[in-house]
Design a protein around this ligand. Structure first.
Ligand SMILES: NC(=O)c1ccc[n+]([C@@H]2O[C@H](COP(=O)([O-])OP(=O)(O)OC[C@H]3O[C@@H](n4cnc5c(N)ncnc54)[C@H](O)[C@@H]3O)[C@@H](O)[C@H]2O)c1
Length: 365
């Protein structure tokens, strides 16, 4: 089986690559990424991409169709992957997250790819009072990022898929250790706070609800989706990926982290207005379709792995909220160094139709 993973050089990609290498031993794995975060390794003993059969560098907006020849499954992780980046690069987020996604899904269908797995997000539920959200409930996207995920799902549902199965996994908020760690995720942030300053500062009043999923369990769900059959969920499936017990209030996450880091305290901003993003999610459909692939990593395990991983790296940066472990900061530092334009295209690469952009100095601003 030949599997193409787009956006493989981010946070989820290295964990997914290892999981697929371990569980689908005969699979040929190809990565495609532009490498925004390629250098942001966290003490890995081995370059994660060394586990692939091939790594291709390129911009998803100019994805070369021939790379899909002979491919059985596409796992599409590539995205501008959070709200802060999506807010700063709103139009580009639409181009990369929605337009390029729809194009690669169409190309994959035309090339007779059997299975297309899309990394969607529960953040499309936005602010949801009342009970846990099911797939059939209305969405309430609050950001460009969330809107891009909804737009991609809608277009893929309507696409002439020519028999290709599409699985859109609406992932809970990711957490856990990766060879390319991100600290702009709630649980990861709390563990880093606890270790570096001894104080977990919750930036809201702690009441918002957030479902979590460990990156390893994201890989488990993706592996299931790659192998999913039509009888199990149909041609196009959008499914919440996570588990019901992992809907947490943010203050409970902070307290759980404090229990694992001796001496750490929790500071909640009781005056903060409630976070606009708050939602609980119902994962019953996923449980019924993928009973053997539901999340297995406990909250305690995610915290311990993060704690041990960060400690093993000698991580001490109290100012990590301004560090390259925040994805937006990495993009901004590429731009400040003149490597990346405001269109998020590399200025040193003459990709189709953008060479002229490289000569416009204002793009570095
Ligand atoms: N981390 C989460 O909490 C979470 C939750 C739900 C869904 N997801 C989704 O899962 C996927 C993977 O998330 P992640 O945390 O690994 O994100 P990430 O930002 O760490 O990685 C995304 C990768 O895509 C690549 N990329 C971005 N734009 C590109 C372009 N124009 N051309 C080629 N490559 C490009 C980046 O270089 C990066 O390696 C994303 O689609 C994300 O939206 C993530």
């Amino acid at each position: 089986m030949r599997i193409l993973i787009t956006g493989n050089m981010g946070y989820v990609g290295p964990v997914l690559t290892k999981f697929l290498r371990d569980t689908l031993r005969d699979a040929e794995l190809i990565g495609f990424d532009t490498g925004y975060f390629g250098h942001s390794l966290t003490g890995a003993g081995l370059l994660p991409e060394a586990l692939l059969d091939r790594q291709v560098f390129g911009d998803i907006r100019e994805f070369p169709p021939e790379l899909l020849d002979g491919v059985d499954a596409v796992v599409h992780l590539c995205a501008i992957s959070n709200d802060p980046m999506g807010n700063k690069f709103e139009a580009v987020t639409g181009e990369i997250n929605r337009d390029a996604t729809v194009r690669i899904a169409r190309l994959a269908a035309e090339r007779r790819v059997k299975s297309f797995v899309f990394a969607s997000s529960c953040s499309m539920y936005g602010y949801a009072e009342g009970g846990a959200r099911k797939e059939s409930d209305p969405t309430n996207p609050l950001t460009a990022y969330a809107r891009s995920k909804i737009g991609s799902e809608k277009a893929m549902a309507e696409l002439d898929r020519k028999g290709m199965l599409v699985t859109s996994l609406r992932f809970a908020t990711a957490c856990g250790m990766s060879d390319r760690l991100r600290l702009d995720l709630v649980l990861n942030d709390f563990v880093a706070c606890a270790l570096t300053s001894g104080e977990i500062t919750v930036l809201s009043d702690g009441t918002p609800w957030r479902p979590l999923i460990d990156v390893e369990d994201m890989a488990r769900a993706i592996s299931w989706a790659i192998r999913r059959r039509r009888e199990n969920g149909g041609d196009f499936l959008a499914v919440n990926a996570g588990r019901d017990e992992s809907n947490y209030q943010v203050r409970d996450l902070a307290e759980a982290v404090a229990r694992h880091v001796p001496g750490a305290t929790v500071s909640i901003n009781t005056n903060a207005p409630p976070d606009k993003r708050s939602y609980r999610v119902d994962f019953a459909l996923f449980r019924s379709l993928a009973p053997d692939s539901i999340p297995q990593v406990t909250l305690d395990q995610s915290i311990e792995r993060l704690r041990d991983g960060l400690t093993g790296m000698g991580f001490k940066d109290k100012d990590f909220r301004s560090s390259p472990y925040m994805r937006l900061k990495t993009l901004e530092s590429h731009m400040a160094a003149g490597r990346l334009g405001s269109d998020l295209r590399w200025r040193f690469r003459a990709a189709g139709g953008v060479a002229g952009e490289r000569t416009r100095p204002q793009d570095a601003a």
